[in-house]
Design a protein around this ligand. Structure first.
Ligand SMILES: Nc1ncnc2c1ncn2[C@@H]1O[C@H](COP(=O)(O)OP(=O)(O)O)[C@@H](O)[C@H]1O
Ligand SMILES: [Mg+2]
Length: 366
């Protein structure tokens, strides 16, 4: 996947124009609030996904304008393609001149991964974000996983409703069957996530070693009361069932299920200790970057297509060794990288530099 040109008109603060990136590293450098992240967001819109900043489509139209237009020339499946996006109240898109039913249909046509400082929550905060990362990443690899997740969610909702009912004096009989259903659908979710972690872990660990210069160990795994990523999936069903029965009274008192994959987590350790609790800012940033790049590698193995990497403000808090890895050692990818501080830019050995100032993108500024 390679972007050969991006055009923009009426998008956020970007002045009408275009950029022609190189297939290697592209640096967008400039002071705060100049439009660097806006440019990454424009590229990201071609994945068909929602804004990685949680913005509504209409908010990305330049103040005072009615609409925004984006055009992307890119190479995928070894041929040049063109997609266009029109944003009025909502986004609409064309691919090769043909209107798509919705802009989300661009998904799978143009692929990218994004690192933004908000993603640091993946390491820094609670398990919910890590489960979401895992589920979203695996859905891209196995779209059928969406149904497995939905089945589990439905059973969980029903079991929880029954628990509340019992708490309010309802009969307990029905619970046995919901324990079985939750264990069955839960063991499928568990198996899928464990399979993904087994693929992701060795790649992420290798990338982390590259970023950190190999000086510290990085280890990820699946963490659940019912086992870890190596647990035999058939055993998980039995373990979940046992746990649900053990916790039955507690579940009734709580009015919801306290056991199951909706409570699981990814274990992330640096130097054999919890990265959330003990790692430095730079280590946490490196860990998230390793996870994101590994996610893209797995996707490439599946689809044969290397996603474009959009790295927003990844450099701050990284020491020069780590910055050098990001600048000069991510090979075989097209990277778009934003930064404020010009000093790392000067150490770039290839690639192209764009200076972003007041929504204007100036090529080869340094
Ligand atoms: N819809 C919009 N129209 C015009 N300007 C916008 C819009 N949305 C955001 N901006 C402006 O874009 C600037 C932020 O750009 P951003 O790309 O986030 O900066 P940075 O270069 O720090 O990454 C802010 O000054 C903000 O006011
Ligand atoms: Mg920014």
């Amino acid at each position: 996947m390679i972007v050969s040109q991006l055009e923009f008109e009426g998008f956020r603060n970007l002045k009408t124009g275009k950029i022609e990136p190189v297939p290697e590293v592209n640096i967008l450098y400039g002071q705060n609030a100049q439009g660097k992240t806006n440019l990454l967001e424009a590229l990201w819109f071609f994945t068909g996904s929602r804004s990685f900043r949680g913005a509504k489509d209409a908010e990305t139209v330049a103040f005072g304008s009615e609409k925004a237009r984006l055009g992307l020339d890119f190479i995928a499946e070894e041929r040049s393609q063109r997609a266009e996006i029109l944003i009025e109240k909502r986004r609409s898109a064309t691919l090769g001149g043909i209107p798509l039913r919705s802009a989300s249909r661009l998904a799978g046509r143009f692929c990218a991964i994004v690192f933004s400082p908000a993603h640091l929550s993946l390491v820094k905060e609670g398990p919910e974000g890590r489960r979401r990362f895992l589920d979203a990443a695996y859905c891209q690899v196995r779209p059928g996983y969406l149904k497995i997740l939905a089945d589990y969610q439905r059973v969980l909702t029903q079991r929880n409703a029954l628990l509340k009912d019992i708490r309010n004096g309802g009969a307990k009989e029905g619970l046995d069957i919901w324990d079985e259903r939750l264990s069955l659908t839960g063991s499928r979710v568990f198996a899928a996530r464990a399979a993904y972690i087994r693929r992701l872990a060795p790649i992420a660990e290798k990338i982390y070693a590259g970023i950190s210069g190999g000086g510290e160990s990085f280890c990820i795994g699946y963490s659940s009361k019912a086992g870890d990523e190596r647990t035999n999936p058939e055993e998980v069903y039995g373990r979940l069932l046992t746990l649900l029965r053990q916790e039955r009274e507690a579940d009734i008192a709580a009015g919801f299920s306290t056991v199951g994959p909706h409570r699981d987590d990814i274990r992330i350790e640096i130097a054999e200790r919890s990265a959330r609790v003990y790692a430095s800012q730079g280590q946490q940033r490196s860990a998230v970057l390793a996870l994101k790049l590994a996610e893209a590698s797995v996707l490439r193995e599946e689809t044969g297509e290397q996603p474009v990497a959009l790295l927003d403000d990844v450099m701050s808090e990284l020491d020069t060794t780590r910055q050098d890895y990001v600048l000069n050692h991510i090979h075989g990818w097209q990277v778009f990288l934003t930064c404020c501080d010009p000093s790392p830019v000067l150490r770039l050995t290839g690639g192209r530099i764009f200076h972003v100032e007041g929504g204007r993108i100036i090529r080869d500024a340094l």
